[in-house]
Design a protein around this ligand. Structure first.
Ligand code: C2E
Ligand code: CA
Ligand code: CA
Length: 705
């Protein structure tokens, strides 16, 4: 590009110089010719004049002298001759008689010197005609004086041309001055003309160079009424076309197709410049993420998911408008403006359900509150009524970070803080949480990989009947077989998984493995073992959850009553219609229901009764002190009474000592689970474990016999 523009430049300047040279050469040649012609003419004229003067003088002298020689006049000619001799251009003047005698002279001495070798006079006498010669700066003329046809003498005249040379010099000088002035004025005119001719070309060259450097907004105004004007108007049309296609390309490259708002690339470009700007006013980067969006996609399909994202973008736009914030639009010349105006915002979709807003710092909090409130209004998409919520993280520039990457990261971390604070809220970036959140972010990425690599294993912890000490079932527990960190217990990752919205997927994996294990373990048993699986609220909050469980039972050939789902006390108390509906559907399938971690929350008794569940699992914290602490004993007994009142089977959790078990045997507690009976073991070793540990399955034994 640089080469091209320099070529154009030299072309234009070269043309100008060449035109100028042509004009200059033509002018000087013309002037030179004129001067030469003029000088030649002048010379000819001078020659003619000298000739004429010589002739004329000779005639006058003859006229004056003849009467005297003829004897008709008495005048004294010597004074007349002397006077003539005094003339500047006359070197010699005298009259010679027929016999070569000097008759009269302007200066006798000079005359005699000249006569010594003067062939002219003899020739003039002989030819009876005027004889003349030019040479050595002199013109010599000899004229016979005729009287009645006979020569009575001859006049000799010698004219010098020196004074005539002076005249010639004057002529030369005048001509040179005139020529010089002519050349100066001519050159100036030539230059003017050349500039006039090449000026538009230079304008065109400069404009092309500027266009090549990115200035596409210029308009070239050349009115030369010729091809150059046409060229300039074509140039303008070309720029207009480029501008139009540039803005189209820009739109295609920087607009998010789904929502019509700018995309990540555009945001990056603007945020980068904005953050780099020195002394910019404080601004906020807001990171928005729809809560449980994946669930919407999984349950309602991507079409509804897309519609929801579009609706989200619309609501974000109207929230901005409510606060008088104008969106920076995707145009061809975006970067012309860098600073964020006080009433300006940059809204962009980063991808998926992640959106970003860049706004003046003092607007961020109000905007966040408004957006959260705006999402509370349900939306009907393709006939489906949905409610969405968003978690918003806010990072301030320069208070929290001062470059694009860090700002987005800080806002992202703040968004996680908002999610952990229970979603549907906003949080400002807090550096003290950084390390933990960073670890959680890493963990989340790891979890996603673990899902794809099938790194989750099913472990089973046996449950025992208190009176017979027989294994009556097991609880399914998740373990993560991490390729680097080894075996990881659920306490270390389930919270992060929940915050990342991964619970439904992980739950699905565990359900499948549990149901498969149920079918396998019970295949040869007369008295089937019940496998209890933990179900998170996020799983129950899905439209098709119970149906999926039914399909899995059918697929693996497992019996519904050998499966128990454990929901926490908190989930059991949930008012969410969908959760209630899914639990009811699971019950209708014949699946048993256990209330997990009982004693940890505040249960509504009538609600508990309504659920008509089979099992109540008393939390480990309530079992811990039994057997040697009276207060713990009486609290435990109270809970057992309560369970009897609602007709539930009781499982004591976390039984670690024989004392605890002894105490439990004296109560109406039916079964227990804990390290005393057995730790959670890999599901594929569970059957071996049962036989190895001598816990007898009488039915299986009689079968084998
Ligand atoms: P939980 O449902 O209360 O499960 C019982 C937990 O107590 C298990 O911890 C188990 O290893 C532990 N435990 C059993 N007996 C004893 C004992 O005698 N002493 C002590 N100190 N602990 C005992 P784990 O496996 O680490 O699981 C922790 C929690 O993670 C579970 O608590 C459950 O809420 C959750 N979880 C585990 N697997 C899953 C799963 O597949 N899905 C869901 N949604 N949650 C799961
Ligand atoms: Ca449990
Ligand atoms: Ca429990």
């Amino acid at each position: 590009m640089a080469r091209l523009s320099s070529w154009k430049q030299s072309a234009s300047y070269g043309l100008k110089r060449r035109l100028w040279l042509i004009f200059f050469t033509m002018t000087t040649t013309f002037v030179g010719l004129i001067i030469l012609l003029n000088v030649e003419t002048q010379f000819r004229l001078i020659d003619q004049r000298t000739d004429l003067r010589a002739q004329h003088l000779a005639d006058i002298v003859a006229e004056v002298s003849i009467p005297k020689f003829a004897g008709r006049a008495e005048n004294d000619l010597s004074a007349f001759f002397e006077e003539l001799y005094e003339q500047d251009d006359i070197n010699n003047i005298y009259i010679v008689g027929p016999r070569g005698r000097l008759i009269i002279a302007g200066n006798e001495e000079a005359a005699r010197a000249s006569m010594a070798n003067n062939a002219f006079i003899a020739e003039a006498f002989a030819t009876r005609q005027t004889v003349r010669s030019t040479g050595d700066g002199e013109i010599s003329v000899a004229t016979p004086l005729m009287h009645f046809g006979e020569p009575i003498g001859a006049i000799f005249l010698e004219l010098c041309q020196k004074s005539l040379n002076g005249e010639v010099r004057t002529v030369w000088q005048t001509n040179l001055w005139a020529g010089l002035i002519f050349i100066i004025v001519g050159s100036w005119l030539a230059n003017l003309l050349a500039r006039h001719l090449t000026g538009p070309l230079t304008d065109l060259t400069v404009a092309t160079k500027r266009a090549a450097n990115g200035d596409l907004d210029q308009v070239l105004d050349i009115r030369s009424n010729d091809e150059l004007e046409e060229l300039s108007s074509s140039f303008n049309t070309m720029l207009q076309t480029i501008r139009t296609s540039m803005s189209e390309i820009h739109r295609v490259a920087y607009e998010d197709k789904l929502t019509g708002i700018p995309n990540r690339g555009w945001l990056n470009m603007h945020l980068e410049k904005l953050a780099r700007q020195a002394d910019h006013p404080e601004f906020a980067v807001m990171f928005l993420d729809l809560d449980r969006f994946k669930l919407v996609n999984d349950t309602h399909g991507h079409h509804i998911g897309d519609l929801l994202l579009r609706e989200f973008a619309d609501r974000l736009r109207s929230c901005m408008a409510d606060l008088g914030l104008k969106q920076r639009v995707v145009g061809s010349n975006d970067m012309a403006q860098i600073d964020l105006a006080a009433d300006e915002a940059i809204l962009a979709r980063l991808g998926g359900d992640e959106f970003t807003l860049v706004v003046p710092a003092d607007r961020a909090e109000r905007l966040a509150e408004r957006i959260i409130a705006a999402l509370d209004k349900p939306v009907v998409l393709d006939g489906r009524r949905l409610t969405a919520s968003t978690s918003i993280g806010i990072a301030l520039c320069p208070a929290h970070a001062n470059c694009r990457e860090d700002l987005l990261k800080a806002a992202d971390i703040a968004m996680y803080q908002a999610k952990s604070a229970g979603r549907r809220t906003y949080a400002f970036y807090d550096h003290s949480n950084f390390a933990q959140l960073q670890a959680n972010l890493d963990l989340e990425q790891d979890l996603t990989r673990a899902i794809h690599e099938d790194e989750f294993d099913l472990y089973l912890q046996p449950q025992f009947d208190l009176s017979s000490d027989r294994v009556i079932g097991a609880e399914a527990l998740i373990r993560w077989q991490h390729p680097v960190r080894g075996l990881i217990a659920p306490g270390e990752f389930l919270l992060v998984a929940a915050a990342a919205g991964l619970m439904p997927i992980i739950g699905q994996i565990m359900l499948r493995k549990t149901i498969q294990a149920t079918a396998r373990i019970n295949a040869r048993r007369k008295d089937p073992l019940t496998l209890a699986v933990n179900i998170a609220i996020e799983e129950l909050d899905q439209e098709g959850f119970a149906d999926a469980v039914a399909r899995m039972l059918k697929f693996y050939g497992a019996s519904a009553d050998a499966l128990e789902i454990e929901i926490t006390e908190g989930t059991a108390m949930e008012e969410n219609a969908r959760v209630v509906q899914q639990v009811a559907m699971l019950r209708a399938l014949g699946i048993r229901l256990a209330i997990d971690d009982f004693g940890m929350g505040y249960s509504n008794l009538s609600r508990l009764k309504e659920l008509a569940f089979e099992t109540l699992k008393i939390d480990r914290s309530l079992v811990e002190g039994v057997g040697d602490d009276d207060a713990a004993d009486s609290l435990f007994l109270t809970i057992i009474e309560l369970a009897e009142a609602i007709d539930a089977r009781v499982v004591a959790e976390g039984v670690e000592t024989a004392e605890q078990r002894e105490f439990l045997r004296g109560t109406n507690c039916h079964s227990y689970q804990g390290y005393l009976g057995g730790r959670p073991i890999p599901a594929d070793r569970f059957e071996d474990w049962i036989s190895e540990n001598g816990v007898i399955d009488y039915a299986a034994q009689s079968d084998a016999a």
